[in-house]
Design a protein around this ligand. Structure first.
Ligand code: F6R
Length: 637
């Protein structure tokens, strides 16, 4: 990314931020610092004290530290660790406890002494919590204080479990979790009702006492809160913003998490930029939105008065720029996502030939396609293309237990009175397993299998509404997901083998898949990496030379307007049909909406609101007024 990094950024950013191309590079940087300190302390016979976080964010850092231990002899014998927090009520053996997480992700793989690892106890009696928190603070102090503190950030702006309202003086204590934090944790606990309501956390003041702090963040989902924490005045509404008061704190973030910083989003306001075609489009869409004018109505004064005088001088006058960008945006719109047969396609996003096309839709999880491109899917089918739906994972981890019980009861009841009813006998067995597992237990293989089947049923029922032929639906059930839990997935060769085989069998002319992949541990991101490896294996095959790859933003989001290469309009009817298809995914009704989409109560609503918002932006730019629009970015290998 071409990011201007000059002094003027300080006007907006109130603490040090380094943007890395990806999470691995950022983790490498932090691991270098930790490595150097441990080496120096080890050589002097001294201890190193690390403050550690859990969650998906630091996993790659821990993997890198483990690698350095195994391959470069980095020893943790003299390292003492203090974790930020623990769920109240969970003992260290619970699969979602932070103690368990740390054992699995780091401690069990390095030579750290067990007595040197500290995680607040989640099982102290409530009356003893205060004393236990004080004792934790005392221990940190007795160890000489924390040398390096690692932090993630929650979408509420929390660090540790210091939710909005936590001040800079706060210390280790028992807290209540914010409702958004509960929703974010619901996936890990297989249901919001299973998430503990309280936690023990170090305070903001405890964190600020550390000598050096690294806050890590990956992915677009964190971009809004990062911009607020870094650019706004410190406030207890965003506890991470108090890190601005720390003398040695560095935000190490990837491009996704940086995408809402002023220097990235509006670089022309921060310094000189290279006016490439994408940059001009980005700036002009912003200018039109800021002035509330259609693209074709922007004047020389609008440019000059809004920090875009340089663009005007270089590429102006206004009316020329206006018409150029109007045309570019206009040409993104097409009702023919598979290309319009027998039409001039020189200004269309997709080519006319061949027609019909083999259109392959690769959804990481079973609802991704319907939520993100249900309208486009209807059009592809209606326009006669051969649409193949491929689901990388079964999505069984996202099926709530009550829905599973409903299915089991049905099977059992249906089998009553019938002779030799194997299905119903099996259902009884699974039903007993469900009973036995209780609130915090692990799903057995049988339960996961059944949950996967429930989602298959939902997919078939929504695909039926779209008119996709049943034999063109493939459930790949990739092993990385079937054998894993959220945040702990690891891909293997068999994942890539399965996707490669599909690609080679279908030989698609176009592939649609999600591109919202900057959270490296998300299913979408892992699925995308697997797809890229599979495509690499197909390198040189003739079909691939002629295959267009279209990325949808993924559930809960949409590309910024200037990024959209293909905008597929939806009529009111098409939008309501898309919603009908979404409603077939009954088990997903209580998934949380994304934070940035006001008014949505669940992610079903979110899909419609996002598509309508995109249409409104196109309309405001002076293009045609549609009910809704689905946006895609073209991806080149
Ligand atoms: C973890 C912690 C939290 C997380 C934050 C981000 O110990 O205290 O503040 O860092 O919730 O979570 P992830 O990394 O899962 O997005």
């Amino acid at each position: 990314m071409d990011i201007p990094f000059n002094n003027e950024r300080a006007v907006h950013e109130k603490c040090a931020v380094q943007i890395f191309n990806d999470a691995d590079l950022a983790c490498g940087h932090v691991a270098d610092t930790i490595h150097a300190l441990i080496k120096e302390r080890n050589a002097a016979g001294e201890k190193t004290v690390l403050g550690l976080a859990t969650g998906s964010t630091p996993v790659r850092l821990y993997r890198e530290l483990i690698r350095r231990h195994q391959e470069e002899g980095l020893s943790f014998k003299n390292v003492i660790t203090y974790n930020l927090d623990e769920y109240f009520g969970l003992d260290g053996d619970h699969p979602e406890s932070y103690r368990r997480f740390m054992q699995d992700q780091l401690f069990d793989h390095v030579d750290i002494l067990p007595e040197n690892t500290h995680v607040p106890s989640g099982t102290v009696e409530r009356e003893e919590a205060f004393a236990s928190c004080q004792a934790y603070e005392d221990l940190i102090r007795e160890s000489g204080g924390i040398d390096i503190q690692i932090l993630g950030i929650g979408r509420t702006g929390h660090i540790g479990f210091n939710e909005p309202g936590s001040g800079p003086e706060s210390r280790t204590r028992l807290v209540t979790l914010d409702s958004l934090t509960l929703r974010d944790a619901a996936r890990d606990f297989l249901g919001k009702e299973n998430v503990p309501r309280h936690a023990i956390t170090m305070g903001v003041g405890t964190i600020l006492d550390a000598r050096q702090v690294f806050l890590l963040a990956w992915g677009e989902a964190k971009s809004g809160v990062i911009a607020k924490a870094v650019e706004n005045q410190p406030t207890d509404a965003i506890p991470a913003s108090f890190l601005q008061q720390h003398e040695d704190c560095l935000y190490c973030i990837d491009e996704g998490a940086a995408s809402r910083l002023t220097r990235v989003r509006l670089p022309w306001l921060v310094g000189s930029v290279r006016w490439t075609a994408p940059m001009i489009r980005q700036a002009m869409v912003w200018l039109a939105r800021r002035t509330g004018k259609a693209l074709l109505k922007l004047t020389d004064e609008d440019y000059a008065e809004n920090g875009m005088g340089e663009l005007l001088t270089e590429k102006g006058p206004a009316h020329k720029l206006n018409i150029d960008i109007f045309n570019v945006t206009q040409h993104t719109i097409t009702g023919w996502p598979g290309g319009k047969p027998n039409a001039d396609d020189s200004c269309r996003p997709e080519r006319a030939d061949p027609s019909p096309k083999r259109s392959l839709l690769i959804a990481p999880e079973p609802t991704d396609d319907t939520l993100s491109m249900g309208g486009t899917l209807q059009r592809l089918v209606a326009q006669g293309h051969h649409v193949y739906l491929n689901y990388l994972t079964s999505g069984n981890l996202a099926v709530p237990d009550p829905d599973t019980r409903l299915a089991l009861d049905l099977i059992i009841e249906l089998g009553q009175g019938l002779e030799q009813n194997e299905e119903s006998r099996h259902a009884k067995k699974v039903s007993d397993q469900l009973e036995a597992k209780g609130r915090f237990g692990e799903d057995t293989a049988d339960i996961r299998h059944l949950k996967g089947l429930i989602r298959r049923g939902e997919v078939r029922s929504s695909a039926r509404l779209f008119g996709v032929e049943a034999d063109r639906i493939t459930f790949l059930d990739l092993p990385f997901y079937e054998n894993g839990r959220y945040r702990r997935f690891k891909t293997i060769d068999a994942d890539v083998d399965k996707v490669t085989a599909q690609l080679q069998a279908i030989q698609p002319h176009q592939i649609f898949t999600t591109g919202m992949v900057s959270d490296p541990l998300s299913v979408a991101s892992i699925g995308f990496q697997v797809l890229l490896q599979a495509l690499a294996r197909c390198h040189g095959e003739p079909w691939l030379e002629d295959c267009y790859i279209w990325l949808f933003a993924g559930s809960g989001g949409e590309w910024d307007t200037h990024e959209i290469d293909m905008a597929v309009p939806l009529s009111p009817n098409e939008l309501s049909e898309k919603l009908q298809a979404i409603y077939q995914h009954q088990t997903q009704r209580s998934q949380s909406p994304s934070l940035n989409n006001n008014g949505a109560k669940n992610h079903w609503d979110t899909a419609a609101i996002i598509n309508q918002q995109t249409a409104r932006v196109y309309d405001a730019l002076g293009l045609a007024e549609y009910e809704a629009i689905e946006g895609f970015k073209r991806f080149s290998l």
